[in-house]
Design a protein around this ligand. Structure first.
Ligand code: NAD
Ligand code: SER
Length: 328
């Protein structure tokens, strides 16, 4: 699935924040590629059994710089993937927590990388880096970055820090502006785009869903298999081809909530949706409708595989099995 050039691979990878929506699946994909022992998984909380039983796992707070250093030394880590973060909705409830984890955590990762000779760091950004002054359709790679959420502010600062460590210290820091990620393995961790996951769970369990943003809210989204592919492909891209580093625009599909509901109705005609917008509406309204990811496509060959209906069929299939197994 992911053709690997020996020279582009890392020897040992440290994942921070492995127990979240993306880490739960990315850790296992990387273990398939590198071998279980070469992917050291960490999180503040316990990880799913699949991760804890298949390879090294340590409980680690990203705010504990010496804890990160000691694992980097112990496992001779040469690549770090930082997934620990407070996302947009939780971040607006507790902005100082978002600042602390997202910024001081990232600085710890970058400083340990600098001091211990880690060669590559991947730390994701987000569509939350954009704001209401950004062009809303086909948002360009180079554009206005004036987010209105604390989460978005930390994402812009994180992109700038990544490029700073690349230019000043030669550390190969890479990052992508993920759209909303949709998946069925682990639940999302408190973002504004969480409705696009919850809708499938409630469709299967209750046959209906009440959405916290309006019907015409349109955001860029991506299915997890494409997210994993993008992340791993960028992590292994040849550096000589990269003109950008920490801030790649990334796109797969864009849809309104109404269109998402129509997609579900194709396979579940009785499905019903209602709307009760809350504080997350303002966050969603400050983000673009669609993204121009030409730089990712031309610099490291990015191409998504899933569209809305293909994703809907797969989500409904997997969540139905979870429900039948009594998992939720
Ligand atoms: P998540 O909230 O599901 O997972 C984050 C993980 O970080 C959790 O397992 C949490 O326990 C861990 N964590 C929190 N505080 C920690 C600390 N102090 N020390 C160590 N670990 C800590 O998030 P995710 O969706 O997996 O996101 C991963 C990255 O991708 C984040 O940088 C996020 O901003 C970015 N991103 C995600 C999305 C999305 O839709 N999921 C979209 C854009 C960007
Ligand atoms: N899915 C994320 C959020 O809504 C986007 O970064 O916070």
């Amino acid at each position: 699935m992911y053709p690997l050039n020996e020279e582009l691979s890392m020897k040992n990878i440290l994942i921070i924040g492995c127990a979240g929506q993306i880490g739960t699946e990315l850790t296992m994909e990387l273990r398939k590629i590198y071998g279980n022992e070469h992917v050291v998984a960490t999180d503040l909380k316990e990880a799913p059994a699949s991760i804890m039983q298949s390879g090294p796992f340590h409980q680690l707070d990203i705010l504990d710089r010496e804890g990160i250093r000691s694992l980097v030394k112990k496992y001779q880590i040469d690549g770090i993937i930082n997934l620990a973060a407070i996302l947009s909705a939780v971040g607006e409830k507790n902005p100082m927590l978002a600042w602390n984890i997202n910024m001081n955590g990232l600085i710890n990762v970058l400083e340990v990388a600098r001091e211990e000779g880690v060669t590559r760091v991947l730390t994701p950004s987000s569509i939350a880096a954009f704001g209401p002054e950004t062009p809303i359709e086909n948002t360009p790679q180079e554009t206005v970055l004036k987010p209105k959420t604390m989460y978005g502010i930390t994402k812009v600062a994180g992109e700038l820090l990544g490029d700073y460590y690349f230019n000043k210290y030669g550390i190969d820091v890479r990052g992508l502006r993920y759209p909303g990620i949709i998946s069925h393995e682990a639940l999302p961790g408190g973002g504004t785009t969480d409705y696009a996951v919850a809708i499938y769970y409630d469709a299967i369990k209750y046959g209906k869903y009440t959405c916290f943003v309006k019907e015409d809210t349109k955001l860029p989204m991506m299915y997890m298999p494409d997210c994993l592919k993008a992340t791993i492909d960028l992590f292994h891209a040849e550096i000589k081809n990269l003109k950008h580093h920490s801030d790649f625009n990334l796109a797969a599909m864009s849809f309104t909530v109404g269109e998402l509901a129509e997609s579900i109705k194709k396979y579940m005609p009785q499905f019903e949706i209602s709307y009760e917008p809350d504080y997350r509406q303002a966050i969603a309204d400050s983000w673009p409708n669609s993204i121009d990811d030409t730089s990712a496509r031309s610099e490291w060959g990015w191409k998504p595989e899933y569209d809305l209906d293909k994703m809907t069929q797969d989500m409904l299939h997997h969540i139905k099995i979870k429900h039948q197994n009594g998992e939720y």
